[in-house]
Design a protein around this ligand. Structure first.
Ligand code: IPD
Ligand code: CA
Ligand code: CA
Length: 265
């Protein structure tokens, strides 16, 4: 895909994401159905489905050869990243959407033959559009964002769900050494916050490709590091753990986790 086509794709995805946000705000003025998926932490609404449908219809009409991997399953069953693939989370942070009416995002990651092309995370209620065009930079509401600067752990805000500490007690060391821990309940937004330097790292033990695809492009474009929790590259084809961080903080975190592991052995 040449540079011009990549930019055109990015511009189109940006336009559709703004449109999807408008659609969500309109839908919120009326009642919508909420269903429980796997368990009480996992909700889906009519709005999630209609946003995914909106992207599906647009992509199929304008780019019939492109495939879609979406959380609500309205796209294809994507098992490889050949050709152009849109990885979409129509609403990331559905529990926040239902309970709080804010702190949720539309997330879009576009890959071509496995290489990132564009990443978009839109905080609909704050009207904050985080976007990246691979190799060209990243922007917040159209303003360029700088590359992430080195930061020490004692000046770093880290984000993870408290529940993860029950899975890995070594995370307590990060609580002790960092400036503070946050938890926003929307993976895509937390990754966008890493990309723009509002927080220095985000850790999770259970995320799907649509949770991370948009944020991955943002963070890598900002010079940050994104792998799974054991340091392997993400495949965007299966659920995985995540360690996404400012590059300097990424290294400090992996060192601290290793040291904490040695101490408890
Ligand atoms: C969820 C959110 C949440 C994360 C979950 C995700 P959803 O996405 O990103 O922060 O902890 O693992 O499934 O279901 O709201 O799109
Ligand atoms: Ca999600
Ligand atoms: Ca979702």
């Amino acid at each position: 895909m040449n540079e011009q086509s990549r930019k055109a794709l990015y511009d189109t995805a940006l336009e559709w994401t703004y449109e999807s946000g408008k659609h969500i705000r309109e839908k919120m003025e009326n009642t919508y159905n909420v269903d429980i998926k796997a368990h009480q932490h996992d909700l889906v609404t009519d709005v999630d489905r209609s946003v995914e449908q909106f992207f599906r219809d647009r992509v199929k009409k304008s780019f019939p050869a492109h495939r879609i991997m979406g959380e609500e399953g309205l796209g294809e069953n994507v098992e490889d990243l050949k050709g152009t693939v849109w990885i979409i989370d129509p609403i990331d942070g559905t529990v926040n959407f239902v309970h709080q009416g804010c702190y949720f995002a539309v997330s879009v990651g576009i890959f071509h033959n496995g290489e990132p092309v564009a990443g978009i995370v839109y905080d609909v209620m704050a009207d904050e559009m985080f976007s990246a065009l691979a190799g060209k930079g990243l922007w917040l509401n159209g303003k360029p964002l700088p590359q992430l600067a080195d930061t020490s752990i004692d000046e770093a805000l880290l984000s993870f769900n408290n529940g993860w500490m029950m899975k890995d007690r070594r995370l307590e060391e990060l609580v002790r050494q960092s400036r503070g821990i946050r938890s926003y309940g929307a993976a895509a937004l937390e990754m966008a916050y890493v990309a723009c330097g509002r927080i220095e790292a985000y850790i999770s033990f259970n995320l799907a490709p649509w949770d991370v695809a948009g944020g991955y492009v943002l963070i890598t474009e900002a010079g940050g590091t994104v792998t799974n929790y054991t340091g392997e590259p993400l495949t965007f084809l299966k659920k995985d753990t995540l360690l996404a961080a400012n590059a300097s903080v990424y290294h400090t975190i992996t060192d601290l986790l290793e040291q904490a592991g040695n101490e408890t052995r």
